[in-house]
Design a binder for this molecule. Structure first.
Ligand code: BGC
Length: 446
């Protein structure tokens, strides 16, 4: 009887592994679709990749000054003062972090922006910054925005569980400025607004001129790269730009083979049908995918002898962090209140975590390969990929699995692609954007 269950469980895991696999053959196909969507997106046609010009080019590494950086994009809102020394070094000299109350993520937009302005007021008071100096503000807003200048941008749609009302379709820098005015903060100049991937690319380039891709692998996922102005056909006025950073919004790529669990996660989300790649890859969702698999295996008596803990029937009860600890060999079960769990069940859950995370990293590696080969089809140049986010930084084995698919695709040439962890692209990087913007190097306002 026991053996029969073990066989059925192993068969289930083998099927799961095959449904979640991304072979090098699959990766090549994905790259083809990716290029097609990049082409259509740049031309303004129908595409799952938004290809959004960021109205900034890469830094020279000589930019200097002190900037006020704001970072909104996940569960926290951060405020920093960042000093750039003009020799490729950047440092945050004051930092405050505020947890965003769940009610504000889905409440009224004005309250969310008031919360940020209050945070800035508290930051000025607690770091004794005074009201004399005028600060250039760099705002990292990690959501898709339509920009016509580096200092403003219209939110296209919320992602990552945000749904605050009255913000989509509006200029977020104007909303922030109005909130700051309401709170009497007049000594702040709205200089630059950018996506977190752009900050990450800028921070990577500030140190290393070979850097040409900025990637986030955290709560959400996305990337940006420098494009030639003339290839951005949807905006002919950019034709004269030698270089323009383009935010792909790759989290919305929709040509991946998905499993029934992905469909369930998508259906239950507040942006169903959107961000399909993100929901298969990023930290916000991996734990939930694994939880749904566990739920199904329990329903078939392949885990917990069919009587799973009620905790695991709650949506998002299993976080990607749990999978990460599991992969590191830490016991997550006691912390989750699962005391009498059998060795076989532990092993099965560990295996589920591996299958879900390996698919994520192989898709991430494939997406990087797609953008690199878009820029450099024969892979003749070196490319440093600046990457930020907890998945890349902390998930055991994640980076190696990304490298594995890149090696499968490019053989020895894979050595030309260097994955580099860039710390705090959204803080430090946004200050670099403000410095480039203030220096007038970036493309002019249309
Ligand atoms: C957003 C992107 C962002 C990414 C990483 C996605 O949900 O749409 O704009 O860059 O998350 O934070």
């Amino acid at each position: 009887m026991g053996n029969m269950i073990a066989d059925t469980r192993n068969n289930f895991l083998a099927r799961l592994e095959s449904v979640f696999s991304v072979t090098s053959e699959d990766a090549r196909e994905i790259i083809g679709h990716f290029h097609q969507d990049m082409r259509h997106g740049l031309a303004g046609g129908a595409s799952s990749l938004k290809m959004l010009p960021a109205f900034i080019c890469r830094p020279k590494g000589t930019e200097a000054g002190s900037f006020l950086a704001l970072d909104l994009g996940g569960t926290h809102f951060r405020i920093l003062v960042v000093d750039l020394d003009g020799r490729g070094r950047a440092a945050a000299t004051a930092v405050s972090k505020f947890t965003i109350p769940q009610a504000l993520m889905g409440g009224n937009g004005e309250s969310l922006f008031n919360f940020m302005a209050d945070g800035i007021r508290t930051f000025f008071d607690s770091h004794k910054l005074g009201d004399k100096q005028v600060y250039d503000l760099a705002f990292t807003f990690s959501f898709p925005m339509e920009q016509q200048a580096v200092s403003s941008g219209i939110l296209i749609e919320w992602t990552k569980g945000f749904s605050a009302i009255g913000v989509a379709g509006r200029d977020v820098m104007a909303l922030l400025t109005q909130a700051m005015t309401r709170k009497g903060l007049r000594h702040v100049r709205a200089t630059a607004l950018a996506n977190d991937t752009v900050g990450t690319l800028m921070a990577g380039c500030y140190e290393d001129p070979a850097c040409d891709l900025g990637v986030i692998l955290g709560t959400g996922t996305n990337a940006c790269y420098p494009e030639q102005g003339e290839r951005i056909r949807k905006n002919p006025a950019l034709g004269a730009c030698r270089e323009m950073i383009v935010n792909l919004e790759w989290g919305n790529f929709d040509k991946l083979k998905s499993s029934v669990y992905d469909q369930q996660v998508d259906n239950a989300s507040c942006n169903a049908g959107r961000q399909r790649l993100e929901k298969m890859v990023s930290g916000m969702y991996m734990g939930e995918i694994a939880r749904r698999i566990i739920e199904e295996m329990t329903a078939h008596s392949l885990l917990f002898a069919g009587h799973g803990p009620s905790l695991l029937t709650r949506e998002y009860a299993l976080a990607t962090e749990h999978l990460s600890w599991l992969a590191a060999g830490t016991d997550i079960f006691t912390g989750l209140g699962l005391i009498d769990i059998s060795a076989a069940d532990r092993q099965t859950i560990r295996e589920i975590g591996r299958i879900v995370s390996e698919r994520s990293s192989r898709i991430a590696g494939t997406a990087i390969a797609a953008v690199v080969t878009w820029m450099d089809p024969a892979l003749v140049m070196n490319h440093t990929i600046a990457i930020d986010g907890a998945l890349f930084e902390k998930f055991p084995g994640y980076e190696n699995a990304m490298k594995a698919i890149i090696r499968e695709l490019f053989g020895n040439n894979a050595a030309r692609i260097k994955l580099k962890h860039v710390r705090d692209g959204s803080g430090i990087g946004s200050a670099i954007i403000a410095a480039v913007a203030a220096s007038g190097q970036c493309p002019p306002r249309l």
